[in-house]
Design a protein around this ligand. Structure first.
Ligand code: F6P
Length: 323
């Protein structure tokens, strides 16, 4: 009987190291590993192939995912899930490992309810927005990519006495924006979790400009939709020549950092151990307080991820909102 791995939703660095671990581990314990290419879409379209060591040689350092990913609408429809199930049956695949976000886990849970295909989910998204786990694969790499971009932007901003509004990804979650703002010493940080007070920020920034500040960097989480508003405010109210940089998909690519490689191995090792020994039929690997654990899909999808209060409090000066 076979076991397959697939990626679903936005790709993230660390997926390839996890895929490498998947193949190595399965072969070492006598399981037959398969790849499902193109995520849930590939399961429907039968893009399934037996995997060997050769397929994963030299992929550890690569960003993205060598088995590709997709966001599948068809999988919501029972008709297509049935086709996917028939495809798995043809290859005698009875277990799945999915690297993705909570939407993908929910889809796999529905698939389990339909056809009893066992699975384990591994959190992999740069957004770090999955409840019950403190870490998702790809976050460290994305943060380092953003750090490099911010360092570069600061160079040009300070050379021109300019303000920059830098929009970062994260969907509804401000984690990437907050950590990037804190660790790059940004002047302004706008995230959905706290909001912002332009009055307080304006008083501070104008005073600093008077005292000699000649550039400013504002980090805005995409989920706030506030990029243009902050630009207009910096330009018209604070009085600084202002540019917008939207980092976009650059944040998703890049070679996985050492941390993401290691976490990719560890997440996969832990997930496989639980799935292959029959400890769980379906669940998600989580990482909390330095330990891996398993949680049910119901629990993982029951609440919105919350950034720790201690971290949010650190943002006070940059948001103009003190909590
Ligand atoms: O979930 C990861 C993510 O990169 C989000 O930060 C972003 O909002 C979204 O995916 C972009 O999706 P797409 O790659 O489909 O444009």
């Amino acid at each position: 009987m076979g076991i397959a791995v697939l990626c679903s939703g936005g790709d993230s660095a660390g997926m390839n190291p996890a895929i490498r671990k998947f193949v190595d581990k399965c072969i070492s314990v006598g399981e037959e590993p398969f790849f499902i290419y193109d995520g849930l879409e590939g399961m429907i379209d039968k893009s399934i192939k037996k995997a060997s060591h050769k397929d994963v040689a030299g992929i550890i350092y690569k960003g993205g995912t060598v088995i590709r990913s997709s966001r599948s609408k068809r999988f919501f429809d029972y008709k297509y899930r049935k086709i996917a199930f028939e495809n798995l049956k043809e290859f005698d695949i009875t277990k799945l490992v999915v690297l993705g976000g909570d939407g993908s886990f929910r889809a796999l849970r529905q698939f389990y309810d339909d056809f009893k295909i066992k699975f384990v989910g591994i959190p992999a998204t740069i957004d770090n927005d999955i409840f019950a786990t403190e870490y998702c694969l790809g976050v460290d790499t994305a943060l380092n990519t953003i750090r490099t971009a911010l360092d570069n932007i600061r160079d040009t901003a300070s050379s021109f006495k300019r303000a920059f509004v830098v929009e970062v990804m994260g969907k509804e979650c401000g984690y990437l924006a907050l950590i990037s703002a804190l660790t790059s010493g940004a002047e302004v940080c706008v995230i959905p979790e706290i909001g912002y007070n332009l009055n307080n920020l304006g008083i501070r920034l104008k005073r600093e400009v008077k005292e000699g500040r000649n550039y400013a960097v504002a980090i805005v989480a995409e989920g706030t939709d506030a990029t243009n508003e902050i630009k207009t405010w910096l330009q018209n109210d604070v009085g600084m020549d202002t540019r917008i940089t939207i980092l976009g998909h650059i944040q998703r690519g890049g070679n996985p950092t050492v941390y993401d490689r290691l976490m990719g191995f560890e997440f996969m090792e832990y997930g496989l151990k639980n799935l292959l020994t029959g400890k769980i039929d379906n669940g998600v690997v989580t990482y909390k307080n330095g330990k891996f654990g398993m949680e049910t899909i119901e629990y993982v999808t029951s609440q919105k991820y919350k950034i720790k209060d201690d971290l949010l409090k650190l943002a006070g000066k940059m948001t103009g909102v003190y909590i």
